[in-house]
Design a protein around this ligand. Structure first.
Ligand SMILES: [Fe+2]
Ligand SMILES: [Fe+2]
Length: 278
């Protein structure tokens, strides 16, 4: 099957800023038009199911979630969408108190009338593929400095889900927002992201070594990269999708999504879909 992966849309409602630590000009770093182009290209590429690894909004405003829901509606209505929250989707105390992400987007993009804890869970986009979706987004009074966390209960539940689906003969992919590790080549403008890592990333790296995980999909860093780490099933790709909406000239940051060919044996190919600038 063809799996699409996008991340870090950061849709914003410019007219509402300044607020939540951001200025109107911060909204200009991302473009909904670029995101739409990437999604259209993924559809044209014959993607069967789309994974969105968090940061759908700039600062969790209701109007931003509305924009994200609208952008993803076609995929959600078709039952072809899996979403995990990012740190920007739990940016304010109010958005967390009202479970805004779950109510307006939720695990399948359709929102939940009665929000309830939903992660981890396994989505089955094809009989031979399972995606275990994880929530690493943590609310903190100082959001720019708040690291991500999976927590021991979620990690344990994740490990059990992986075992269960591997036993059924499926390739199992993990999806979460935060990065597990950074590639060697550092980009200075990523300094802020490096301040908000995943606190228990080491435990996830160990899980990849222990149980058969076919790949890990994430975002949070707004540049795309792939790192292969030792896994129970051999070298295991850790794939950062970058941002699907970033207005940037640096080739590594250009708005993009990814198409993965996946079968029972794992990820067979990785193709970027990069938004044209015209
Ligand atoms: Fe982000
Ligand atoms: Fe993030």
């Amino acid at each position: 099957m063809r799996l699409g992966h996008v991340s870090d849309l950061h849709l914003s409602d410019r007219g509402r800023y300044p607020r939540n630590g951001y200025l109107p000009r911060d909204c200009d770093r991302h473009s909904v038009r670029l995101a739409q182009r990437v999604l259209d290209d993924l559809e044209a590429a014959g993607v069967d199911h789309l994974v969105v690894t968090g940061d759908l909004t700039l600062s969790s405003e209701a109007s931003e979630f509305e924009r994200a829901a609208k952008l993803l509606r076609r995929w959600a209505d078709a039952g072809k969408l899996t979403v995990v929250p990012g740190n920007h989707d739990v940016w304010t105390a109010e958005s967390v108190k009202t479970a805004r992400f779950l109510r307006m987007i939720g695990p399948d993009g359709r929102g939940m009338r009665r929000p309830e804890p939903s992660y981890p869970f396994a989505a089955l986009p094809a009989p031979e593929i399972a995606i275990v979706a994880l929530d690493s987004a943590q609310f903190g009074e100082a959001p720019l400095d708040t690291p991500g966390l999976l927590g021991s209960a979620q990690l344990q539940a994740c490990r059990e889900l992986v075992r269960e689906h591997v036993k059924e003969g499926r390739a199992v992919l993990l999806a979460l927002h935060h990065h597990l590790l950074l590639p060697r080549e550092r980009i200075p403008s990523d300094a802020l992201v490096a301040r908000t890592p995943l606190q228990d990333a080491d435990k996830l790296v160990r899980m990849v070594a222990d149980v058969r995980i076919a790949g890990v999909l994430h975002g949070h860093r707004h540049c795309a990269f792939r790192v292969d780490i030792p896994g129970a099933a051999g070298p295991t790709p850790i794939l950062c999708a970058g941002s699907a909406s970033r207005v940037a000239e640096e080739p590594i940051r250009r708005a993009r999504g990814f198409v993965y060919e996946v079968d029972r044996g794992g990820i067979r190919s990785v193709q970027p879909v990069i938004a044209s600038r015209s």
